[in-house]
Ligand binder design. Structure first.
Ligand SMILES: Nc1nc2c(c(=O)[nH]1)N[C@H]1C(S)=C(S)[C@@H](COP(=O)(O)O)O[C@H]1N2
Ligand SMILES: [Mo]
Length: 201
């Protein structure tokens, strides 16, 4: 466990090397959504893998939850400048999702899609090798609606806008196609350690 300072205090020295440039620590968990929170019943929930326009696998909630479950504890960094250390999640690794579908990554890039119409692009190498998951639980409890219930993408090493909430699919694309925020001036990749906030950074 890490010993945390009081809010507003400078980070302890053992934490400062975990805070990317321009970021500060928070202890709460801010909610950032571009629009209203979509509500989807678990009966109607599904997750679709697509290669370009072609659906290749669709999972119901029950099928999705039968996949191997993995826990991950990571630091997260929002482009609005808050960072949160040691956030703990569980869900299904993208690796396990692909293995279940019998898919080797067919292209170099992907777009995550969500029930609110949101999308975000991520290179496939940043999704595999244990780096990313479809998370269903935060801090041992099912995700709350505002944080993306029932399932969200978690790509903790990139700015948190890449972690699409209310996710309902992953689409493999030939090119790096800009998603919702990337079309609106945010960086195409979004590495917090290189402070890639806006296009051109
Ligand atoms: N579907 C969807 N996912 C989304 C967003 C959104 O508006 N819709 N906002 C993004 C942004 S900008 C951030 S910083 C994080 C915030 O996640 P949180 O609300 O759980 O902190 O979700 C990302 N994922
Ligand atoms: Mo964000």
């Amino acid at each position: 466990m890490v010993t945390r300072g009081f809010a507003g205090n400078p980070p302890a020295s053992d934490q400062s090397d975990r805070i990317p440039p321009g970021q500060h620590l928070v202890r709460d968990f801010p909610v950032l959504s571009a629009g209203p929170t979509p509500r989807v019943s678990l009966e109607n929930w599904s997750f679709t893998l697509k290669i370009g326009p072609r659906p290749v696998k669709r999972l119901t909630w029950a099928e999705f939850n039968a996949l191997p479950q993995t826990k991950m504890t990571r630091d997260i960094h929002c482009v609005t400048k808050w960072s949160k250390l040691n956030t703990s999640w569980s869900g299904v690794l993208i690796d396990d999702l692909l293995a279940d579908a019998g898919l080797e990554p067919p292209t170099s890039h992907a777009l995550a899609h969500s029930y609110d119409g949101y999308s975000t692009n991520v290179p496939v190498v940043d999704l595999i090798g244990g780096k990313a998951m479809i998370a269903t639980h935060y801090d041992g409890k099912p995700l709350t609606s505002d944080h993306g219930s029932p399932a969200r993408l978690l790509v903790p090493h990139l700015y948190f806008w890449k972690s699409a909430k209310w996710v309902n699919g992953l689409q493999f694309t030939e090119r790096d196609e800009a998603g919702f925020w990337e079309l609106r001036g945010y960086h195409i990749y979004g590495d917090p350690w290189r402070e890639q906030r806006y296009s051109g950074d």
